[in-house]
Design a protein around this ligand. Sequence first.
Ligand code: 5AD
Length: 353
Amino acid sequence: METIIEKLAHTHDLADSELKTLIETDKFDKELFSTADAVRRQAYGTDVYIRGLIEFTNFCKRNCYYCGIRRDNCNAQRYRLTKDEILECCDTGYSLGFRTFVLQGGEDEYFTDEVMCDIVSAIKTNHPDCVITLSIGERSYETYQKLRIAGADRYLLRHETATEEHYEKLHPKSSKLIIRKKCLYDLKQLGYQVGSGFMIGSPYQTTENIISDLRFLQELKPHMIGIGPFISHGDTPFANEPSGTFEMTVRMISILRLMFPESLIPATTALGTIKKGGREFGLSVGANVVMPNLSPKSVRKKYSIYKDKICTDEEAAEGVAKLRKSVEKAGYNVVTHIGHAKSYISNKGESDA
Ligand code: 5AD
């Protein structure tokens, strides 16, 4: 008889009740981890893609209850990078071997369409062989379209939770799940490679919520799926909520790899923050992307979405050599090419034909 893991690996799906069993116990972990790694190796070999993360503003008009850069956190030291500073980060990153730049920021109205498009096209002019990923929250279809024309290729926007009632527990009334979802579909329609995802162990999260997240991802079919543990932040309404666990996060990474064999799944900074060597472990159970920080050292600590975010040498881009070594030690190889999702390449091939 086929095991539940074999079934998941063959069909990329399970019934809700089977997923529930898999999510809630550790008894399948060993088989789950090794199967996820085998599937990852089939799709991507030992390649680990690196993305240079530039956290260019921590101003945010939103007030998400979990996030350390929420509007009402008056303890956050706010900063914005200038266009020149951003371009400099990209130049440094380029010479270190990065070919994807991820511009991530709070929802900061200073960065209007014009300002953002100007930055995106300047990066593309300086580095035409690079890919630009934006992660700047909810914007209109028209804005996404302008940014796409300016040269943005990919977009990260976690859906956070696909369950309406849960969404309302994590966000103020002004934030709506339906708008979040619309943004994701708009981005897909505009030809972005889209990344979504959610936190593991966010307050009030149930197994049923996680199953709904997986169902939503099956419907959206994103190219990238980012998950990481919720980590409480002292200056938020969730200061006293327990953080998500390492064990649950890596289990979910493996489940995602088996459900979405060709997707890009990062071993996130949050995973490395809750456990030493956490990112490397993530890579060994299905993740295939790491996103070192390219932001100037002076601002790194200020982009504090959760407590004790790692910004050691290894997290820093200067530590790329060190990162390469630790990735190699885990049995994988950092590669410097653009690193598209397999699903993106095959779909593109189809539409080009
Ligand atoms: N812990 C972990 N992840 C967080 N994020 C925001 N706040 C926290 C936190 N306290 C995640 C959200 C967001 C991404 C940029 O960071 O999922 O989409």
